[in-house]
Design a protein around this ligand. Structure first.
Ligand SMILES: [Cu+2]
Length: 269
């Protein structure tokens, strides 16, 4: 969300080897989700309301300083701000900030949380189901294989590599092996803590195919900064093709009869 001086946008910053203007670097990552705009709206609303009240306060501060300067009012006049009009004005400003910003943000975010983000996809909706395991410092993603049952031989297990179809809900159950991590999809504005011994979950729906980042959003140790995974979003057909192939590969890799796996030899002394 960039709201600040476009004048500065000529300055060039280098982010991950990609040249972008300061203005561009201040924008949020591309939203590729059905509900990400709800979060963006909250950020925008908070920022614009704060800018509005900031300008109002500055106008008062500088305006009154000008109108009541020593040249115009050489004799100091003391007031304690306890006249009725003072109390009324202070109360109105205070309440309008509290109700207009704080209570409004609380209301909107609560509506989003209850109505959308915790409105979990039902089994009938056939969401993509993923189990995610966090550990210092990697993400494991597990898909049930053809049998549709988790934790069996035909599961597809991915390291730092999550693939999802677009236009279909995904629900991810999350667990941690060691410390608290946080599964973060910047492009979906979604994030959930990974906690040892406690299942958490998050759902969202991708809308655009491409390559995106997954990050850990909870300081989890020395290499927290590089606890990064890749998200690939596919069209439904491409996803089906990928899954089919991955499932077959998983079966082969877990098959004790598969001679391809046992390419080793007897140790030669
Ligand atoms: Cu982490």
């Amino acid at each position: 969300m960039g709201f600040f001086s476009p004048l500065l946008s000529a300055a060039v910053v280098n982010t991950a080897g990609k040249h972008m203007s300061l203005w561009e670097s201040m924008q949020p990552p591309e939203d590729i989700s059905v509900n990400g705009h709800l979060i963006d709206w909250l950020f925008g609303y908070t920022t614009y309301m704060n800018i509005f009240f900031f300008i109002l306060v500055c106008a008062g501060l500088f305006g009154f300083s000008y109108f009541y300067q020593a040249k115009k009012h050489p004799k100091a006049y003391y007031t304690y701000g306890n006249r009725k009009i003072h109390v009324i004005v202070a109360t109105i400003i205070g309440l309008s900030v509290f109700i207009g910003i704080d209570m409004n943000i609380t209301r909107m975010s609560n509506n989003d949380f209850v109505g959308v983000f915790t409105n979990w996809p039902k089994e009938e909706e056939n969401p993509v189901q993923i189990q995610a395991l966090a550990q210092q410092w990697a993400w494991h993603f597990r898909y049930a294989g053809k049998d549709g049952v988790f934790n069996t031989e035909d599961d597809v297990v991915q390291l730092n590599d999550l693939r999802l179809p677009i236009d279909r809900k995904v629900i991810i159950q999350v667990l941690s092996k060691d410390v608290i991590h946080s599964l973060y999809f910047p492009n979906a504005r979604r994030k959930v803590d990974a906690i040892p011994g406690r299942l958490t979950r998050v759902w969202w729906e991708p809308t655009k195919a491409g390559n995106w980042d997954i990050a850990c959003a909870e300081m989890c140790g020395t290499y927290h900064y590089r606890m990064k995974a890749h998200l690939t979003t596919y069209s439904q057909e491409d996803y089906a093709a990928w899954l089919e192939e991955a499932q077959e590969k998983a079966l082969q890799e877990n098959d004790p009869e598969n001679p391809e796996l046992f390419w080793g030899w007897k140790w030669q002394w």
